[in-house]
Design a protein around this ligand. Structure first.
Ligand code: HEC
Ligand code: HEC
Length: 251
């Protein structure tokens, strides 16, 4: 029944475009659910049940992960665009190069969610900040198709565009100088608690997989900001690809 309704919804949508509006097969829903609830760690900011409300602090101040259970009125294409060009450019950085296949699967899954009412305050950035701090220019605009990556590139792709380890573990981009890839340095704040995401170059593949599955370092420190609660539900094969890619950066 649900598929029948989805089929009707999709068939009513807008003119042809680079992001297809017709979504084939139930495997898209499963793939979307997997990416959202595991490697994509959407719930880290949009709430465990995806109805929103968690604060995310960036250089423009605080904004709240929005309610993702009420997007039924939006087309797949619109949701894919929000994912790639969020109103909070830092929160979603990296997703702009998520493949069309993965982004469409995610949008399909979000549209299938049962709506949960939860009013989330919208972002309020004053005119001056918008125009002086690069808020408008910092969101990328992806045009055209982003193909699936070949399997030899999948670890790198998951690290940069899905799990986005690189976003936190590479520090925050400043106006001065560049940041070292995976060299650590981004500060995460929640109330008084501030943690800096460390460099990952001392970790072996085995240790990385163990951390992602347990949220605990070899010397017993537990993750707080690192979204291991989501990563630990991922397929071990994906975690191995991620860890293998990061280990390979040492050479
Ligand atoms: C680091 C925090 C963070 C993560 C992780 C994150 N988001 Fe977001 N997302 C945000 C914030 C903040 C906004 C902007 C809210 C606003 O408009 O002020 C947003 C906005 C969105 C929007 C636009 C919603 C609307 O009502 O217009 C969509 C869709 C979305 N996110 C989907 C996702 C999906 C899917 C994932 C996982 C693959 C994800 N997000 C992961 C923080 C995050
Ligand atoms: C939202 C930001 C964020 C993302 C995304 C993220 N991490 Fe982390 N990570 C952190 C922070 C901050 C810490 C420090 C401990 C804490 O607060 O959880 C950490 C800790 C770690 C540690 C332990 C390091 C140590 O010695 O304490 C490892 C290993 C790690 N992360 C690997 C990863 C990998 C691999 C990924 C991607 C699959 C990833 N992280 C994604 C923020 C992040």
């Amino acid at each position: 029944m649900r598929w029948f309704l989805l089929a009707i919804l999709f068939s009513c949508s807008n003119p042809p475009s680079d992001i297809p509006e017709v979504v084939p097969g139930a495997n898209f829903l499963d793939k979307g659910r997997y990416l959202v609830t595991t490697l994509g760690h959407c719930g880290a900011c949009h709430g465990e049940n995806l109805s929103g409300g968690l604060a995310f602090e960036d250089s423009f101040g605080e904004s709240f992960g929005s309610n993702l259970t009420i997007l039924h009125q939006r087309t797949v294409k619109e949701i894919v665009s929000s994912l790639r060009e969020s109103k909070n450019p830092e929160a979603h950085r990296g997703f702009e190069w998520m493949s069309d296949g993965d982004a469409i699967a995610i949008a399909t899954y979000l549209r299938s969610l049962y709506p949960i009412q939860n009013d989330i305050p919208a972002r309020d950035i004053d005119f001056f900040t918008r125009n002086t701090k690069g808020f408008l220019t910092s969101s990328k605009n992806v045009r055209g198709a982003v193909p699936d990556v070949p399997s030899s590139e999948k670890g790198k792709y998951l690290v940069n565009s899905v799990a986005r380890c690189s976003e936190c573990h590479s520090g925050s981009t400043s106006l001065f100088g560049s940041v070292e890839y995976m060299g650590g340095g981004k500060e995460l704040k929640k109330g008084d608690q501030i943690h800096i995401a460390p460099a990952l170059n001392d970790y072996s593949k085995l240790e990385l997989v163990a951390y992602l599955r347990t949220g605990t370092t070899p010397d017993g420190r537990k993750s707080i900001f690192c979204p291991t609660d989501f990563f630990k539900r991922s397929d071990k094969s994906d975690l191995e690809l991620i860890a293998g890619y990061i280990e390979g950066l040492r050479n």
